[in-house]
Design a protein around this ligand. Sequence first.
Ligand SMILES: *[C@@H]1O[C@H](CO)[C@@H](O)[C@H](O)[C@H]1NC(C)=O
Ligand SMILES: *[C@@H]1O[C@H](CO)[C@@H](O)[C@H](O)[C@H]1NC(C)=O
Ligand SMILES: *[C@@H]1O[C@H](CO)[C@@H](O)[C@H](O)[C@H]1NC(C)=O
Ligand SMILES: *[C@@H]1O[C@H](CO)[C@@H](O)[C@H](O)[C@H]1NC(C)=O
Ligand SMILES: *[C@@H]1O[C@H](CO)[C@@H](O)[C@H](O)[C@H]1NC(C)=O
Ligand SMILES: [Ca+2]
Length: 810
Amino acid sequence: MRPLLLPWVLLLLAAAPGPGPGPVAGLSSPGAQGTCSSRCGERGGLCSCHPTCAGLGDCCPDVRDFCLEIQPYSGSMMGGKDFLVQHLKWPSPSDPVICRFKESVQTLGHVDSSGRVHCVSPLLYETGRIPFTVSMDNGRSFPRSGTWLAMHPSKVSDSEKSQLVNETLWQYYGTPGSGGNLSVTWDAGALPSSAVSIELWGYEETGKPYSGEWMAKWSYLYSVTTNIPNSGSFTFVPKPAPQNYQRWQLGALRIVSSKHHGGAQDVQALWSNEHALAWHLGQDFRADPWPGPAGSARPGRSWRTSCPTSWRSCPTALHPGPARADSGRFHTDYGCDVERGSVCTYHPGAVHCVRSVQASPRYAAGQQCCYTKEGTQILTADSTSGSTPDRGHDWGSPPFRAPPRVPGLSHWLYDVLSFYHCCLWAPDCPRYMRRRPSSDCTSYRPPRLASAFGDPHFVTFDGANFTFNGRGEYVLLESALTRLSVQARGTGLTAVAVQEDNSDVVEVRLAGGAAPLQVLLNQEVLSFAEQNWMDLKGMFLSVAAGDSVSIMLSSGAGVEVSVQGPFLSVAVLLPEKFLTHTHGLLGTLNDNPADDFTLRSGQVLPPTASSRELHRFGADWAVRNASSLLTYDSRLLVNNFLYGPKHDPTFQPLFPEETPLSPSQAAAELCGDDHFCIFDVAATGSLSVGNATRAAHQLHQRHAQSLQPVVSCGWLAPPPNGRKDGTRYLVGSTVFFHCDNGYSLDGAEVSHCQADGTWSRPTPTCQPGRSHAVLLSIIFGGLAAVAVVTLIYVLLRRRKSHTTAWTSRP
Ligand SMILES: *[C@@H]1O[C@H](CO)[C@@H](O)[C@H](O)[C@H]1NC(C)=O
Ligand SMILES: *[C@@H]1O[C@H](CO)[C@@H](O)[C@H](O)[C@H]1NC(C)=O
Ligand SMILES: *[C@@H]1O[C@H](CO)[C@@H](O)[C@H](O)[C@H]1NC(C)=O
Ligand SMILES: *[C@@H]1O[C@H](CO)[C@@H](O)[C@H](O)[C@H]1NC(C)=O
Ligand SMILES: *[C@@H]1O[C@H](CO)[C@@H](O)[C@H](O)[C@H]1NC(C)=O
Ligand SMILES: [Ca+2]
């Protein structure tokens, strides 16, 4: 096998001109396969057009002409953003630049005075990576391709949008105390035009809900003003729109050059935030809390039955608790984030909200969970600040495009707009809350956690631990349930790759540059210069502070990779449905640590196995050639891992039991009783490596602690004609009951949440009639009155007789 492969390696070595793409010696003759024309992303043939070609030095000479790099590479899905296509030489500036997105939406670009090629991003109904192509022959062929990243409108920066000055006033316009002038501002420099028009666009979803004809549509309604100077601001007093426009209650302003006709598609523009169009509606819009011909703003009568509210039951508690630790399934709600000062406009009293990352599979509904500063979940049954399920997930859900999955907008239409109608424009909030009952957390089950960190040490899902110092590439986890695979390169983890079913492949690896981490998507290095969140195929990706990456998979599984000292740490979170469905180095998830060292053959090594025996277990889980997810984009990686064995049998590590561990004083002080730390100091001779291992181990322990199940007894109703004190429903909590005046309590005054998840006493009832206390006070009061009267009578009698005595004295 080996001699056969050798010429290939030699060819690669010879063909590598060093870093960076460029003409490749011996491969520059343009043959059928010598070009990247219509071949971007492919390899094989005479030369490669694959993202790895730069590192391997086997790129086709024209790769930069056909595999387009763009700048900026992302923007709001509302479109209208101008971007540069780099390195592209345009033969004649008068030839039209035709940019095509998703093979269906075409926009017209242009060549600027310095010969640079521009495209304009289109209005899309989806987020994520949008393939785009450019035609140089007036639309006959599109051999050049690249990727545009479309973002959720509220995840892009304010500077890309026009600003509604006092958005509250815009959205409350016409309600008591809200009127007068409205102003909008924008960055005049962002629109290369001396005169602009301001247009109103409306968003609606038409057709029978949950049917194939349910469609999402932005429509140009009318221009608020035309041909005004591009000064960066405009102020006006709004007038109610003509009746035929009144059905649009959700929309956005668009500022465009006045050279375009009203409503011109996909031209350079600045959009405002989408907002409730109170300012363009007539005075009658508040009269009916559920207006609109199609009932678009209604919360939906069928809601309760059409969507199980147990979808993604909310995590029990915020801290210590799983709300922030369950990172595979829940993510911080940008609108109410404890890390950013908790501006919780729609949830007063909450300090933090999270949203379920995935929408419910069938109805694409979302779940939002809000918590008080004590960490308890707020329920709509107790408060209008409560956690509400959403008919449309705010982030949308793949495959996006059609209702109710359109990012941001479906949620606006079915959840936010009806919230405005009930709670902000009219005092009918309890009605909204009844239609959006919180999921209490009684059915919430925290995910299971396993980690690998340091040089490297593993803690399995069932809590077994071991050290496996192998040089090679290994399967951390495989599950046939969702075809989930997590692979890592060691020794001391330097790369981790993840795929589930036919999702994109994401790899996180140590970069050793200014940014410690590099993220690859299908083997191509991703840039996070513009965005730190990406909607990818089969997963969402979020990057924090450049040194930790969170991957949220469709199944609810989560993978977190971070840098700890010289190595990567990885934590894998699995929902309970993976019970008995995992194998690999992170063990067999089944609540039994004794079978975690199971080989591919099914042979189980005992928990007492020596680390030398466990080395055999580790080696057995070497990645197989055909199923490797890792990227080999340098000669070093190709030689060592692609063409080398996946597990290097010649590498002899230290084994903990065979290594005399007499830690130095410094190591002992640093590590305490952390054996992983002590071992890594001994193995590497470096205190800072041990320190990083210790930090990673502590992180794992805190994470595991946060994911301990917390018993919840669920919501307890107040008695009719009474009330309850206490809105905490976790184990150990107490709720007190009181009756209104004129009612008496029949049952217990107090109930405790018990360890078995049940309340000690049910909610009492409040019976009409005088309470015992009142009866007693009447009885005692009556008796007291009688006593007083008697006393006075006796005293008077005594006094009378005294008087008599006196008067009778002399
Ligand atoms: C914005 O509008 C609201 C509602 O009309 C008003 O109460 C508030 O004072 C305004 N804020 C500013 C800064 O003008
Ligand atoms: C509205 O704006 C106009 C011109 O900018 C100004 O003259 C007028 O006083 C403003 N009206 C109110 C109520 O602020
Ligand atoms: C690792 O497992 C051993 C038993 O195999 C146990 O004694 C030890 O406490 C565990 N260490 C940690 C840090 O969990
Ligand atoms: C995997 O590939 C390497 C190098 O090409 C080779 O030596 C090894 O035998 C292959 N392993 C299997 C199981 O095919
Ligand atoms: C260990 O790391 C912490 C920060 O994580 C640092 O404050 C401390 O000084 C380090 N200790 C040593 C001995 O390197
Ligand atoms: Ca097990």
